[in-house]
Design a protein around this ligand. Structure first.
Ligand SMILES: CC(C)(COP(=O)(O)OP(=O)(O)OC[C@H]1O[C@@H](n2cnc3c(N)ncnc32)[C@H](O)[C@@H]1OP(=O)(O)O)[C@@H](O)C(=O)NCCC(=O)NCCS
Length: 202
């Protein structure tokens, strides 16, 4: 599983993640994010439909060098084995059309996955596909027992992706989004619930 690194919580150890794999679904290739993706992100990401229910720490209006600046920090975290960042691409094209991120539980923050998709591709079941591939990797390869997941309560599409995976809402709390103050749903998806849901879908 990799080397142990500093952990803020007594009795727990954060593990350096294994190298990021490329994941494949029926319609998508999820490949490691790369520096060259910054221009596609700068084109796609600063859209209200994408940012409105993201954390208020996302700068808005989005600066013209926002993607490049964020990329530096992101690739550093990837290199240090702290988090995974995948570029979502359609099979047959290597162009980034969205992003999905995964990171381990730090003992405190009940949030372990993030995603966004080009609005032109939304509503086609693509994020469900991407989230399933990343979740399978977390449970089956990394052997994590659970994922904590979050979204703005108003963000029904994001909530729906979680519901469809078998996640259970366990809390709501105030949270600040780019669109203002709101309420955040916190979900728990256990490996067991995921397996049960998968079996029912097959
Ligand atoms: C959230 C997001 C990634 C979903 O991607 P997507 O590829 O469109 O999702 P899918 O097509 O796989 O599934 C969406 C589900 O939500 C449902 N949905 C979409 N909009 C909805 C709405 N307004 N109300 C209720 N359900 C809705 C869809 O019908 C689908 O459910 P179904 O399969 O039962 O019909 C996409 O909307 C997005 O990028 N949003 C902006 C960024 C964001 O909010 N990220 C999440 C932060 S927590």
């Amino acid at each position: 599983m990799g080397a142990l690194i500093d952990c803020p919580i007594e009795g727990m150890a954060l593990v350096q993640l294994p190298p990021i794999p490329t994941l494949e679904t029926r319609r998508l290739i999820l490949r490691p994010l790369e520096e060259r993706d910054a221009s596609a992100i700068q084109q796609l990401f600063p859209q209200w439909q994408i940012v409105r229910w993201l954390t208020a720490s996302v700068p808005w209006p989005y600066p013209s060098d926002g993607a490049t600046r964020n990329m530096g920090e992101t690739l550093e975290q990837l290199r240090r084995g702290e988090k995974y960042f995948w570029a979502i691409t359609l099979k047959g094209s290597d162009e980034l059309r969205g992003r999905i991120d995964l990171w381990p539980f730090d003992g405190q923050t009940r949030d372990m996955r993030g995603f966004w998709l080009d609005p032109k591709l939304q509503g086609l079941g693509l994020m469900t596909e991407a989230a399933n591939a990343v979740t399978a990797y977390a449970f089956e390869e990394l052997k994590w027992p659970f994922l904590y997941l979050t979204n703005a309560a108003a963000n029904r599409a994001s909530a729906r992706v979680k519901e469809k995976q078998g996640a259970v809402e366990i809390a709501r709390e105030p949270f600040s989004y780019v669109s203002g103050d709101g309420s955040r749903q916190i979900w728990l998806l256990t490996h067991e619930a995921w397996l049960t849901r998968k079996a029912a879908d097959e």
